[in-house]
Design a protein around this ligand. Structure first.
Ligand SMILES: [Zn+2]
Ligand SMILES: [Zn+2]
Ligand SMILES: [Zn+2]
Length: 466
């Protein structure tokens, strides 16, 4: 097979490139043989295209097989053969699937991870598996055993692993394996995987999917009734996203006032796993550093008062699930725990950021927020929901820290529910509705603005006060 792009059949791009490089003709083989170009290009090519390219000629096969960059980033999530054909192998009567497969030795792990294992064996036979440094398996059937193999077996070289919203992952087993691979007596150079995306939502597969994806996102508020409303909501979301990105100067959601960041709230055990993996494996989540998790600062109490935890009582380690944005507490613009400053604070204070980096496979690259204006990253304020109870508005994401606001008590809340809103007359003749008291957050909404908006919206119908 001859050159794909030659001076006889010029394409505008090859033509430009030829002129720029001052050479008469350039072939696609020349083009992709350049390490830098292949490194930048390959992650954008679906793996099926790479495989198809390798089949076209000896030269392309050589590039795809020999270059460590062709398969450095491997996203199997859109690959049909990677999907487990049956989601639920166990029928109501027992394990029929085993009888159907005519193989008594088949384990559940073999079954669920079968499609992926067969892809990995093929890649291994072609000596491509060792080149894979970033592996994306979002949404696929991924067992804890398979994850353990990525972390411990020498045939794998995966540094960044993304297993967001995967199926058939036994969390308990995965926790055990993570504890095991990060044990103090672990062999040098292990675990092989240094970064795991696990807690956040997977990235939408294509831009056209964003409308449906958005309504299924953890932050969605209700189901949209019509397409018009959906498009309107989409535009609202887009302008909110743009505004948040402009304020934080980065598109990294963890650095914006994004609110809840996880698909589901991680169980309490995960906080301990993150602690034991600190400095060994990074996750797309970090521990909350609110003062109540610090035994030296928190007031240790026997039990809850009036059914609610005391404002200063001790909290077990917890994962920070809420992104608060770069501004800090509404009053003092800081927080009792210093915010994490990129480049200064410990690396374990920074979550892996979405999307999974395409061109680099290091933890540092995955944690670095890309700034829109090239400036230094803003301070990172993140917390768990317990540390924000009664002090964070879920709608506008304003919050007040422990030093600026004691939080509301049961007595105050009852008082608020009995409080009538005052209607004040502004000098320009407009009326303004304000509550009388000093409670800042009630029922997850800030009293000064969002609660009033809610009350106004519900005043005609049956709002939260109805
Ligand atoms: Zn404050
Ligand atoms: Zn907390
Ligand atoms: Zn608010």
């Amino acid at each position: 097979m001859g050159p794909i792009v030659s001076s006889d059949v010029p394409t505008p791009f090859a033509d430009l490139l030829s002129k720029a490089l001052n050479i008469r003709s350039i072939t696609l083989v020349d083009f992709l043989s350049n390490t830098l170009i292949l490194r930048q290009t390959a992650p954008y090519l679906p793996v099926t295209s790479l495989v198809a390219l390798a089949k076209t000629s000896r030269a392309f096969r050589h590039i795809v097989r020999q270059s460590p960059d062709a398969f450095r980033y491997l996203d199997l999530s859109p690959i049909k053969s990677a999907i487990c054909p049956i989601d639920e192998p166990l029928d109501s009567g027992g394990n029929n699937w085993r009888r159907e497969r005519m193989d008594e030795s088949l384990t559940e792990d073999d079954f669920y991870s079968g499609p992926l294992r067969s892809i990995f064996s093929k890649l291994e036979r072609q000596h491509l598996l060792r080149n894979v440094h970033t592996l994306v398996l979002d949404g696929l059937s991924v067992t804890a055993e398979l994850v353990k193999e990525f972390m411990t077996e020498e045939r794998y070289n995966v540094r960044i692993l993304s297993i967001r919203e995967v199926k058939h992952l036994n969390e308990r087993k995965l926790q055990q394996y993570l504890r095991y691979v990060s044990r103090p007596s672990r062999p040098a150079g292990t675990p092989r995987v240094k970064s795991i995306y696990l807690f956040g939502p997977r990235e939408p597969p294509a831009p056209t999917m964003s409308v449906t994806k958005r309504s299924a996102s953890p932050d969605s508020r209700g189901v949209m009734s019509s397409q018009g409303a959906q498009i309107g909501a989409e535009w609202n979301q887009k302008s909110t996203d743009a505004l948040n990105a402009a304020l934080a100067r980065t598109e990294a959601k963890w650095y914006q006032p994004s609110g809840r960041m996880m698909v589901k709230r991680p169980s309490a055990d995960w906080a301990e796993i993150l602690q034991s993996c600190e400095g060994i494996i990074a996750f797309d989540a970090v521990l909350c550093r609110g003062p109540r998790h610090d035994p030296s600062k928190a007031y240790i109490t026997e039990g809850p008062a009036n059914g609610l935890p005391l404002p200063g009582s001790f909290l077990r380690p917890a994962i920070a699930t809420v992104a608060l944005g770069p501004s800090g507490c509404e009053n003092c613009h800081s927080s009792p725990e210093e915010p994490a400053i990129f480049g200064h604070s410990a690396p374990s204070h920074f979550p892996l950021l979405s999307p999974v980096p395409l061109h680099w496979s290091s933890t540092r690259a995955a944690q670095t927020p890309r700034m829109l204006d090239g400036s230094r990253p803003p301070p990172l304020f993140v917390r768990c929901e317990d540390c924000l109870k009664g002090r964070w508005c879920e709608r506008c994401h304003k919050w007040w820290d422990e030093e600026c606001y004691a939080g509301s008590t049961v007595a105050q809340r009852t008082e608020l529910q009995q409080t009538e809103f005052l209607e004040t007359l502004e000098p320009d003749g407009t009326t303004h509705v304000v509550p009388k008291q000093s409670i800042k957050v009630h029922m997850g909404l800030c009293v000064a603005k969002c609660l009033v908006d809610e009350w106004m919206a519900g005043a005609g119908g049956n709002g939260m006060w109805g």
